[in-house]
Design a protein around this ligand. Sequence first.
Ligand code: NAD
Length: 497
Amino acid sequence: MEAAKLEWAYSWLQNSKGIYINGEFIASSDGQTIESINPATGEKLGTFFKASSEDVDKAVVSARKAFDPSGPWRTMSRKDRARVLHQIADAIRRHQAELSTLESLDNGKLYSESWNDDLIETADIFDYYAGWTDKFYGETSPVEGLALNYTVREPVGVCGLIVPWNYPILMAAWKMGPALSMGNTVILKPSEITSFSAIRLFEILHEEVDIPQGVINLVLGGGDVGGFLSNHMQIDKLAFTGSTAVGKKLVHSSADSNLKMLSLELGGKSPNIIFDDVPNLNFAIERSFYGLFTQKGEKCSAPTRLFVHRSHYDRVVSGLADLANSYVLGDPFDPITNQGPQSSQAQMDKIMRYIGYGIDEGAKLVAGGKRDTSGSNANGYFVRPTIFADVDNKMKIAQDEIFGPVLPVIPFTEEEDAIRMANDTTYGLAAGLWTKDISRAHRVASKLEAGMIFINKYGFYDFAAPFGGFKQSGWGKEYAIHSLESYTKLKSIWVNF
Ligand code: NAD
């Protein structure tokens, strides 16, 4: 079974893959290609065509035409649009093994992570947003006098969707689901590091889903191709997930081009506070560990700064070190593996640099701190899960987003100190806290400057609840009704009596 999936993937990867514009896969206009690397081996995985600015223009023309008010997408009933979204979900489920295999080959995450964490949700989110096509109401406004004012929600138009390499297909689905549900047309640009799951997804949708030509388009390439989208005068909205640095560039591009709407899901350095009255210390240690170290620490909302009350500090540090030391690194398709390779050499190098900063700044290394080059890992991008104790919140490893398997642990005694240090960051994506005291739980939750607070279990994710950050972790929300707000424009209509 495993061998068959891999055999299928390697055979599929033989040919250079095209971009998808106006219902067909094509080579780029200038013939440029990009090579993708398998991070577990350092070897070439496959190639795909890199979109030129001319290709991006063509994708925009195609998406604009599909958005035409008299075209097949805008005139389709909401019920039929919902059917298309359900078809997408079903098609993803039919091809879950292929898509999970490509994701693990390209990104390095475990096959079980691709299957359970990424692909199940990727399909489910299209079903969830299928249900919303006819449920996002306007309002009747309580205006004075003899007049009626009502509001309607209209699609924004052509949406550019730019996503990162850590959850390649899932981040695409987080954006395609609500965008299509509200009647927009889209141009997706995956990361140049992990494009294959999106390419295969588009092939599947092309073959198996009744989606009108031009409604979905795929352009491939790196930051320059993202720039063609963000500077384009005919793109109405850009939905971005990625680093804060690039998010800031997109704000400039929007201002310098057509003031396109932006939603930005950016970086994080999320605090996780274990108080002296933690309800179940072992559970807190495990969740704090797995919350970060699954998916090899390449998770934006992971608990990447652990604050521990001094009364539990030694036990927490040794519990984390034991878990880290027991981790098996290796082939993402081997069921005994706990952690795959980092997604790219550049990412591994960055993580190793930060481990060096931690050591230089005087943090105490209690686990990991090195690459894993044992056996067949020799040429892959493997980094041992790393725990630093006695960290000062001012150190670089406590302030910068490392985006890898590195956890700084910081002791505290007073509640106010924990809150102050937790908030002493430019980010504000998520925060966790562990306490039996219900008053403290709500008091601390209200003081933490983060868009998502997890009490007594770090990491709840559900389409029904908003996902997104404060401060430099971004603008706008994913999931739930809140995501739909960013894929619609609110029109106010007046009637004189
Ligand atoms: P990145 O910002 O380098 O790249 C993200 C995407 O933007 C890629 O597709 C890339 O090609 C493109 N891009 C790069 N430069 C661009 C430019 N100048 N103009 C337009 N597009 C450009 O991020 P990454 O390294 O791929 O991903 C890791 C980052 O993503 C981390 O900071 C992580 O926290 C963040 N992230 C956030 C969330 C969230 O929901 N908040 C989720 C996942 C990842």
